[in-house]
Design a protein around this ligand. Structure first.
Ligand SMILES: O=C(O)c1ccccc1NCC(=O)[C@H](O)[C@H](O)COP(=O)(O)O
Length: 207
């Protein structure tokens, strides 16, 4: 069964809907560089709407260590997701399990970076280019998804209700991550798109 993370949520209703529909994780974007930014206190209020057994992921991107520490203290996320140029040592500095996003926009050249984060709980392969932001709906060549890494891989970037089943068949990820593909505008999730996305993932037979 492919796990599902819905990212970039900013509203309690969207958090509750994602959980009700069966999302395994919800992501809050804590970096001020994002159109989906929520501050640590607002994210903590969203967290209070997350039921048991649904994971809370806090996304940061080249943010100051003191700010990331504040995010950890106020939000108490289950996991941090680093979306910038952070090193493995920087990601590991907070005593919280972490994911590292790898910018796959450069194609095959990006694959070398997958070996740089042995301590990550998982690697999230996203369609943006190095130094660019995620959450932009850019996809990459799914056939580049490695099948021989020990760490769980999360497929992200440009996934939609219409393409996610094919993406899973090609890339065979541990989990999928979606943001703009289930939105009506940045940070505002669309009920129908979210329902169709999660149904499409669940309809793919397990391998
Ligand atoms: O969502 C943002 O605005 C954002 C800003 C800066 C860094 C990362 C950001 N988002 C990452 C994600 O939401 C997802 O991990 C992923 O990129 C999927 O996005 P999408 O292609 O829109 O489905």
């Amino acid at each position: 069964m492919t796990r599902i993370k819905c990212c970039g949520l900013t509203r309690v209703d969207d958090v509750q809907l994602a959980a009700r529909l069966g999302a395994d994780a919800v992501g809050f974007v804590l970096t001020r560089k994002s159109k989906r930014f929520v501050d640590p206190e607002a994210a903590a209020r969203l967290r209070d709407a997350v039921p048991p057994f649904v994971s809370v992921v806090a996304l940061v991107m080249d943010d100051e260590p003191a700010y990331v520490a504040e995010v950890v203290r106020v939000l108490r996320p289950d996991m941090l997701q680093f979306h910038g140029m952070e090193t493995a040592a920087q990601c590991a500095a907070y005593g919280v399990r972490w994911l590292k996003a790898i910018a796959m926009g450069e194609g095959e050249r990006a694959l070398a970076r997958l070996r740089d984060y042995p301590g990550a709980a998982g690697l999230l392969l996203d369609g943006h280019g190095l130094g660019e932001q995620g959450g932009s709906g850019q996809r990459f060549d799914w056939s580049l998804m490695p099948q021989d890494l020990a760490q769980p891989l999360v497929l992200a970037g440009g996934l939609t209700p219409a393409n996610v089943a094919e993406a899973i068949r090609v890339a065979r990820p541990w989990a999928v991550d979606v943001s703009s593909g289930i939105e009506s505008s940045p940070g505002i999730k669309d009920r129908d798109k979210m329902e169709r996305f999660i149904s499409a993932v669940r309809a793919v037979p397990s391998v």
